[in-house]
Design a protein around this ligand. Structure first.
Ligand code: AMP
Ligand code: MG
Length: 393
C-alpha cells in the first residue's frame, strides 16, 4: 500500500501523450493544440472603420470642419472609393476605408445636412476610429501556442484567420468495463440482491466531459475466464482500459488476475486513502489500465484523483495534478485511520462544508457536492477554519 503522493508520482512518471492529429476546427473544442499556430494572413486584412460614421482626410488646422458629404459612395462591400480632402464619406463598422481617408468621425458627433457635414475637430485625432491592417496580427505571427486549450474564443480566433484544420493531441480510445453479477441496467427490473449499474454511466459521462468521444462500456460477469478473454480482446483495441469493481479481496474479484494473465505490468495496487483504497494501476508498452474499486463514491474519487489527470495529460493538458484551490473548512471533522481522506464538500460563504453521507456506497451528497476536500494522512482533527486542498470533481 502506498501514499497518495507516491501513487501520483508513479503515474506522472508513466504518463503518455496522444498522437498529433489534424481536425476541422469545429471538432476541436476542449482539445489541446499540438503545435504552434501561425496566421496565414493579416488581421484585419484591410484598414477599416471601427464605427458607423463618416470617413474623412484629417486636417490638423481646421478647428471646426465643414465638409461636402459625398453621397455617391457608401464605403462598403468590395469597392474602395477615392476621397478628396474636402469630402466626407458615409461609412459603417468594418467597411474598408476609402482611399485618401484616414479618420472616422462617429455619426453621433456630426451635424449633417443633405450635402454638408460639420463636427468639432478637437474631440478626435488623426486615425481615430480606424482599425489598421494587421492591428491584431500580421501574416506569419504566432497566434496560438502549442498546448493551448481550444475554447469557443480560440475557435473564433482560428476562424478569423481562415484556418480550417488544427493539429491537436488525439484523445485516447477508452473501454470501460463494469464487473459484477449483481448489476442490472437502468430500465430493467431489479431482482432481490441486484443493483443498478451506476458506475458505467458515471464514467462515460466523465469521459464525454473530457472530450473522449470513442469510449464504450462493456459489462462482464464475475468469472475469471470471461474476464480474461475480454481483457485480451480490449487490449488489442483500446489505449486505456478502466475497470469498475472486482479488484478487492473478495472471492469474486478476478480483475487483477485477468490483467496479470494478459501481461499488464502493475504500477501499484492499493493506496492509503479513503474512499478507494484498492485502486490498481498498470501499463503495457503503449497502454494504461486502471481498475477502480466498485463502490460508486470510490469510483468518482479515484477517477478524479488519478485517472482524469492521466487522460488530460494524454490529451496535452498541463498542470494536471494541481488541486483546484485551498479553502478553509466551515466545520470540524475527526478521522482515525492514517489514510488520506477525500471528502465530499460544499462551498459556502463560510468556507467548504464537509458533508454528511461520506460512505463509499453513498451517492446522495453528490447532489450538493461542489468539491472533494483532501485531509492529509497525518491529520486527525480538522478544526473549523483549517486550510485544505479542494478539487472540483
Ligand atoms: P466490488 O469492488 O466489485 O467488490 O464492488 C464493491 C461495491 O460496489 C459492491 O457493493 C458492488 O455492488 C458495487 N458496485 C460494483 N460495480 C458497480 C457498478 N457498476 N455500479 C454501482 N455499484 C457497483
Ligand atoms: Mg464485484
Amino acid at each position: 500500500m502506498i501514499a497518495v503522493e507516491k501513487a501520483k508520482e508513479i503515474l506522472s512518471d508513466n504518463a503518455r501523450r496522444g498522437k498529433t492529429i489534424k481536425l476541422p476546427i469545429a471538432q476541436t473544442l476542449g482539445l489541446v493544440t499540438a503545435e504552434d499556430i501561425y496566421s496565414p494572413c493579416d488581421v484585419p486584412n484591410f484598414d477599416n472603420s471601427a464605427m458607423d460614421g463618416y470617413a474623412i482626410k484629417w486636417d490638423e488646422g481646421n478647428n471646426r470642419r465643414k465638409l461636402n458629404l459625398s453621397v455617391s459612395g457608401k464605403a462598403g462591400s468590395g469597392q474602395i472609393p477615392q476621397l478628396s480632402p474636402d469630402q466626407a464619406f458615409r461609412i459603417f463598422t468594418g467597411a474598408p476605408m476609402p482611399a485618401g481617408s484616414d479618420t472616422v468621425i462617429p455619426q453621433e458627433y456630426v451635424e449633417s445636412s443633405a450635402d454638408e457635414l460639420t463636427f468639432e475637430i478637437d474631440r478626435f485625432k488623426k486615425g481615430s476610429n480606424v482599425r489598421l491592417q494587421g492591428n491584431q496580427n500580421n501574416k506569419g505571427d504566432l497566434i496560438l501556442k502549442s498546448e493551448s486549450k481550444i475554447t469557443p474564443g480560440t475557435i473564433g480566433l482560428l476562424a478569423s484567420v481562415g484556418i480550417t484544420e488544427v493539429p491537436v493531441y488525439a484523445p485516447p480510445s477508452i473501454a470501460v468495463v463494469v464487473t459484477g453479477d449483481e448489476l442490472k441496467e437502468i430500465g430493467e427490473k431489479l431482482a432481490y440482491g441486484e443493483i443498478y449499474n451506476s458506475n458505467g454511466p458515471t464514467l462515460q459521462a466523465y469521459l464525454k466531459h473530457l472530450g473522449v468521444e470513442s469510449s464504450k462500456v462493456y459489462k462482464v460477469k464475475d468469472d475469471a475466464e470471461s474476464l480474461g478473454m475480454l481483457v485480451k480482446d480490449l487490449l488489442s483495441q483500446y489505449d486505456i482500459l478502466l475497470f469498475s469493481g472486482g479488484i478487492s479481496v473478495g472471492d469474486y474479484d478476478f480483475v487483477k488476475e485477468a490483467l496479470y494473465a494478459n501481461r499488464v505490468e502493475e504500477l501499484f495496487y492499493k493506496i492509503k486513502q479513503r474512499p478507494g483504497k484498492p485502486l490498481f494501476a498498470g501499463k503495457t508498452e503503449n497502454q494504461l489500465v486502471f481498475a477502480l474499486p466498485g463502490n460508486p463514491a470510490s469510483v468518482i474519487n479515484c477517477f478524479n484523483q488519478y485517472v482524469k489527470p492521466m487522460i488530460k495529460h494524454w490529451m496535452g493538458h498541463s498542470d494536471v495534478w494541481a488541486s483546484s484551490a485551498y479553502l478553509p473548512t466551515a466545520n470540524s471533522f475527526e478521522k482515525k485511520p492514517p489514510l488520506t481522506f477525500f471528502l465530499k464538500g460544499q462551498i459556502t460563504p463560510e468556507g467548504v462544508r464537509i458533508l454528511g453521507g461520506q460512505e463509499s456506497f453513498n451517492l446522495i451528497s453528490f447532489g450538493v457536492c461542489d468539491v472533494f476536500v483532501e485531509i492529509p494522512e497525518e491529520m486527525c482533527t480538522v478544526e473549523e477554519g483549517t486550510l485544505l486542498k479542494v478539487y472540483y470533481w
